[in-house]
Design a protein around this ligand. Structure first.
Ligand code: SAM
Length: 223
């Protein structure tokens, strides 16, 4: 799964993204997203941060939620729009070309669920801090859920060094082709807890480099 860095290459060719990410994740991502989507109920208001081609967005809309899906890449949004239309789900989804840092104009307590798949690893440290500490506490309702699946940095130093070595050539190739890279998220559960959320469940793979996290904004939330 250290090959997730290659997703930056796929994002420069959005029509190939879905097939490519299925190959990179060996099909595992679909199961992870199905599990995250099982937390979403009919009529809930849901925000998908970095929706890409709509993997999580479409699942949430399929559960009859009302979804706002944001992304900074218009090509990815266009594919997501086409997929939503094909599935007859477009009336439940509002797509918006904007970044996580522009979410401050959302009304307070606007969402029952905020979710994000493979996007935090593309955010800067400051964006992650701003999202977790300023934006999400404001726009989530009390009792609201935060669902995140992403690439993480292993805590174990041996695994970390091994993955760093395996990842390095892929980072170089990705950087040559896109002038960008991804950065495995560090200590996500700790950051989420420090922002005042209660962790409900955390699943980490054996190598410690992929996380599925579910957290809650308690009714007496304080950050
Ligand atoms: C690897 S893709 C994942 C897409 C989708 N969530 C999925 O799992 O298939 C990451 C997405 O995050 C978007 N992204 C990166 N930085 C972002 C930001 N600051 N705000 C919103 N979206 C961002 C990218 O444009 C890209 O579409």
């Amino acid at each position: 799964m250290c090959s997730y860095v290659l997703m930056k290459i796929l994002e420069s060719s959005p029509s190939r993204y879905d097939r490519g990410i299925r190959i990179l994740s060996l099909g595992k991502l679909d199961k992870i997203y199905d599990h995250l989507a099982s937390y979403i109920r009919q009529g809930q208001r849901v925000l998908d941060i970095g929706c890409g081609t709509g993997a999580l967005t479409l699942r949430a809309a399929n559960n009859k939620a009302i979804v706002k899906a944001i992304d900074i890449n218009p090509g990815m949004l266009e594919i997501a729009r086409q997929r939503a239309q094909k599935a007859g789900l477009e009336k439940n989804i509002e797509f918006s070309e904007k970044g996580v840092a522009e979410l401050n104009d959302e009304p307070p307590e606007a969402f029952d669920v905020v979710m994000s798949g493979l996007c935090f690893s593309e955010l800067s440290k400051d964006e992650i801090h701003y999202a977790l500490n300023e934006i999400l506490p404001k726009i989530l309702k009390p009792g609201g859920l935060l669902l995140i699946a992403d690439e993480t940095r292993p805590e174990n130093i041996f695994l970390r060094s091994l993955l760093w070595l395996l990842r390095l050539p892929l980072v170089i190739i990705t950087y040559i082709l896109t002038q960008t890279t991804t950065s495995a998220v560090r200590q996500l559960p700790e950051k989420v807890e420090r922002a005042g959320f209660t962790i409900e469940t955390v699943h980490q793979n054996t190598l410690g480099n992929f996380i599925e996290l579910i957290a809650k904004k308690e009714s007496d939330f304080q950050n």
